[in-house]
Design a binder for this molecule. Structure first.
Ligand SMILES: Nc1ncnc2c1ncn2[C@@H]1O[C@H](COP(=O)(O)OP(=O)(O)O)[C@@H](O)[C@H]1O
Ligand SMILES: [Mg+2]
Length: 235
């Protein structure tokens, strides 16, 4: 592993319990600070791959995060480094209030009450939702829930952010707000998206998946303006 690589995946294969092979020989090296859009038609394997990055799924092959092999004994360390935001905020948010949802991670990390409050405040500021701390998460709009889901992860100050379809299901204004937020995040970013305009405009690299394999990996404009490549891969 090169010193600048923050994520290194080597020959990863994954079968679901029913035997379906969702990842086929995935090898991928990501350097610190890269902004990667992961594109591919429904069923390509994007979510399955993202769920490997903090050990929710474990396939055959090697994954190395920031120098740590992704194995059970390193899971706690790795989960502090990789913040994963699920496609559906309802999978991420489960507390009665916004404050409780965002404080959950920092509490789990064993931080002091003062530091927890600071982290929650800063995370709310980062997603431009200061003032929502006492609101009932369940009652927020989809766009607001998505921002709070991101805040729950930012509060843990991970070095790597992984988002699964953050703009899916948002109206145009909420989509634009979320894109501007994502563009300001300094962390290494890996974002699965169907939003090709977003992939082209806001990322430094695009990885295209189909049928569990990586079909292309490179410059966003080159890939997304390649109509033949997109058509061949069902996009
Ligand atoms: N729990 C599961 N059991 C069996 N197959 C699954 C399961 N979850 C997803 N799959 C299959 O794995 C493939 C990849 O799915 P997924 O990673 O969700 O794709 P994407 O996120 O690119 O749409 C799909 O064919 C999907 O039907
Ligand atoms: Mg998916």
């Amino acid at each position: 592993m090169k010193p600048e690589a923050i994520i290194h995946i080597n020959h990863l294969n994954y079968h679901y319990p029913n035997g379906y092979q969702a990842l086929r020989d995935i090898s991928l090296t990501i350097n610190a600070g890269e902004k990667i859009a992961l594109i591919g038609q429904n069923g390509a394997g994007k979510s399955t791959l993202l769920l490997h990055l903090n050990g929710i799924y474990a396939g055959q092959g090697e994954i190395n995060i920031n120098g740590y092999a992704l194995v059970k004994s390193n899971l706690k360390k790795i989960r502090a480094k990789v913040g994963l935001v699920f496609q559906s905020p309802d999978d991420q948010l489960f507390s009665p209030t916004v404050f409780d949802d965002i404080a959950y991670g920092p509490i789990y990390m064993g931080l002091s009450p003062m530091e927890i409050e600071k982290r929650v405040d800063q995370a709310l500021k980062d997603v431009e939702m200061l003032g929502f701390s006492e609101r009932v998460t369940y009652h927020l709009s989809m766009g607001e829930k998505k921002r709070i889901a991101i805040a729950t992860v930012l509060a843990m100050q991970p070095e790597i952010l992984v988002f699964d379809e953050p703009t899916a299901g948002l109206d145009p204004r909420a989509r634009r707000k979320l894109i501007s937020l994502i563009e300001t995040l300094p962390q290494t970013l890996i974002v699965a998206t169907h939003d090709l305009a977003f992939a082209q405009k806001s990322f430094t690299r695009v990885v295209l998946m189909n049928h569990g394999q990586i079909m292309a990996d490179g410059d966003p404009s080159e890939l997304i303006e390649n109509n033949q490549l997109l058509a061949e891969n069902g996009l």
